[in-house]
Ligand binder design. Structure first.
Ligand SMILES: N[C@@H](CCC(=O)N[C@@H](CS)C(=O)NCC(=O)O)C(=O)O
Length: 266
């Protein structure tokens, strides 16, 4: 039986759960509480030295990196049906899987400079926050987290995030091009890989980032949410109170974000 170490609302975990649901695979889930710091448990860090979720175990095989896990599941258990057969289209899909690293960083930035910033600053003392950050193995990630908490949407990381998101939305809009899916004529791995990130932006109430300039992104998200895998992998894991918290935190930050988005486009 596949074993997935995951987080309820972590975007990368959502991606793997959507892939599992699309392929129709059962798995044993081990839920980590990232706010409590379960990811720093030494036994878990032997599987995933970066102290992040998800990690998938398939027998003795230990797999990390959510996009690669989704591709592995498709190749191993689904005859690669979620990957186009045409080489050029495959290259485009793989480019999306690779770009998920920068898209993930951007979503992490938007989440921790707004909603999570409010949540953590309200719940913990500065000493507790610093102690939690100091447990992250990567000092550059530590520096990023400190900067997002200190500066919110004023952080330099927000500029970087908006740059990657603008390019990402433009390319998604072009790839969908009159069809429905980013992966090509058929639904596939690029759609699965992107849905948690675009969903998070909408849940924070930041859909104004694509609404007028890249409307295909919104139509695509609606189509993704109609698939049963969305409920199975994403929606059912998000507690109702978090839905409200994300929306109201996002609403307070949206006017500033909208200004930064306009500045960046000029
Ligand atoms: N590129 C990795 C990113 C994994 C990652 O950063 N996961 C986040 C949740 S989405 C995490 O575990 N964060 C732990 C923390 O913030 O301490 C992947 O796609 O699997």
């Amino acid at each position: 039986m596949l074993k997935l170490y995951h987080g309820a609302t972590s975007v990368c975990s959502q991606k793997v759960r959507v892939a599992l649901a699309e392929i129709g695979l059962d798995y044993e889930g081990v839920m980590l509480d990232l706010q409590k710091g379960d990811q720093f448990d030494p036994d878990y860090m032997r599987l995933n030295p970066d102290a992040v979720v998800p990690t998938l175990l398939d027998g003795d095989l230990v797999l990390v990196e959510s996009s690669l896990i989704a591709e592995y599941l498709d190749r191993t258990y689904n005859e690669g049906r979620l990957m186009p057969s045409d080489a050029a289209q495959q290259a485009r899909v793989r480019h999306w899987l690779l770009r998920c690293l920068s898209v993930h960083a951007a979503i992490n930035t938007l989440t921790f400079s707004t909603f999570m910033r409010d949540k953590v600053l309200a719940a913990k003392t500065p000493q507790e926050i610093e102690a939690a950050i100091a447990r992250m193995p990567d000092k550059v990630q530590q520096a990023k987290r400190r900067d997002l908490f200190a500066n919110g949407l004023g952080s330099i990381y927000v500029d970087q995030a908006l740059l990657h998101l603008r390019r990402g939305f433009a390319d998604m809009h072009a790839d969908i091009a009159g069809g429905t899916w980013v992966s090509g004529p058929a639904f596939g791995l690029a759609d699965i890989a992107l849905v948690p990130y675009i969903d998070r932006i909408e849940r924070l109430g930041f859909e104004g980032l694509w609404r007028s300039e890249f409307p295909a992104v919104g139509a695509w998200l609606t189509a993704m949410r109609e698939r049963p895998s969305y409920a199975a992998g994403i929606a059912t894991f998000i507690p109702d109170d978090m839905v409200q918290e994300q929306r109201s935190a996002g609403a307070t930050y949206w006017p500033t974000l909208e200004e930064r988005w306009a500045e960046q486009s000029g």
